[in-house]
Design a protein around this ligand. Structure first.
Ligand SMILES: [Zn+2]
Ligand SMILES: [Zn+2]
Length: 265
C-alpha cells in the first residue's frame, strides 16, 4: 500500500523565536490537521536545555528552554487526532546535544537536526562543498554514536539548504560529495537503531533537475531499511499551503509504501 500522508511530526508554534507568530498556535495547527485528514501531529519548538552549555546560536537558544516550550501544554484534544508534545533540539559545533538523557521522557518525540550549520557560532567559514559534505557525515555519525532512545527520535532535514547556503550549486555539490558508501554506512546504522528519517517540506521542494542530487540519500536510506516521517517545519499558517502536494510528489519519486513509515514507539 502506498505511503499515506496522515501525520506531520515537525511543526513550530509562535513559541519558537523564529516563528513568534501568534497566529501559529495549537488550535490553528489542529485546524490544518483536520483540513488534511492528519491523524498524528507533533509540536516541535526549538529547544536547548538550560543546564547544557551551548555554543550553537547561544542567544537564540537562551530563552528557549523547557519551561518556555512547555507553555504549549496541555495541547488541545480532538477525537481521532493525536497531538504530541515534542521538540527540535540541536547539535552544537562541539557535537554536544541540547537535551539531557533524563529529559527525553518529557517528550513524545524529539527531532535532531545535524545540519544547522548556520547556528554554530561562528558558522564555519569554509563553504567548500566537499568540506560541507564531511561535516554532514561527521555530525550525523556523532548523533548515531550517542546512546539515545532512537525509537522516539527523528533526524531532521538532512537535505536542507543550510548545508551550504552560499549558492544552490554549492548546496547540490555538497550533497553530491557525500559518498554512497558513507550514506550506506550511516543509514544502515540509523535503520538498526530505529531512528526516523525526516522528509522535510522545504528539502522536498526542489526543481525536477535537482531531484537526483536531493533524493539520492533518501533512496539509499530506504534501501538500508530506514523508516520515514513527514515534517512541514511550518513556522506560520501559510506554510501549510503546499505541504500536501510537496509530500505527494516526494512519496511518488521515492516510491514509498506504508511499510516505509516511521512510527513513534
Ligand atoms: Zn525555526
Ligand atoms: Zn524546525
Amino acid at each position: 500500500m502506498r505511503y499515506i500522508i496522515d501525520h506531520d511530526l515537525h511543526i513550530h508554534s509562535g513559541l519558537s523565536l523564529c516563528s513568534n507568530d501568534p497566529e501559529q498556535n495549537s488550535n490553528r495547527i489542529l485546524q490544518y490537521a483536520k483540513e488534511n485528514g492528519l491523524k498524528t501531529l507533533c509540536l516541535t519548538n526549538h529547544y536547548w536545555e538550560k543546564s547544557v552549555p551551548c555554543t550553537s546560536g547561544e542567544g537564540f537558544y537562551k530563552s528557549q528552554d523547557f519551561e518556555h516550550i512547555k507553555q504549549a501544554c496541555p495541547l488541545p484534544k480532538e477525537s481521532n487526532i493525536s497531538f504530541l508534545f515534542g521538540c527540535e533540539t540541536d547539535l552544537d559545533k562541539n557535537l554536544n546535544l541540547g537535551i539531557t538523557k533524563e529529559r527525553f521522557e518529557h517528550f513524545d518525540f524529539v527531532i535532531i537536526p545535524t545540519t544547522h550549520l548556520h547556528m554554530n557560532s561562528p558558522e564555519p567559514s569554509n563553504f567548500d562543498p566537499k568540506y560541507r559534505a564531511r561535516l554532514w557525515v561527521e555530525r550525523l555519525d556523532a548523533v548515531l554514536n550517542m546512546k539515545l532512545p532512537f525509537h522516539k527520535i527523528g533526524i531532521a532535514h538532512l537535505a536542507t539548504f543550510l548545508i551550504n547556503r552560499t549558492t544552490r550549486e554549492n548546496y547540490l555539490e555538497a550533497l553530491d560529495s557525500i559518498s554512497n558508501n558513507e550514506l550506506k554506512r550511516l543509514f544502515s546504522k540509523a535503520a538498526i537503531l530505529g531512528a526516523g528519517i525526516e522528509l522535510n517540506q522545504d528539502d522536498m521542494n526542489f526543481s525536477d533537475n535537482e531531484a537526483d542530487s536531493v533524493l539520492r540519500m533518501f533512496k539509499i536510506a530506504k534501501e538500508c531499511g530506514c523508516k520515514f516521517y513527514l515534517g512541514s517545519d511550518a513556522h506560520h499558517p501559510d506554510w501549510f499551503g503546499d505541504t500536501k502536494a510537496i509530500f505527494e510528489r516526494a512519496i511518488n519519486l521515492l516510491d514509498l509504501k506504508e511499510t516505509d513509515k516511521f512510527i513513534i514507539q
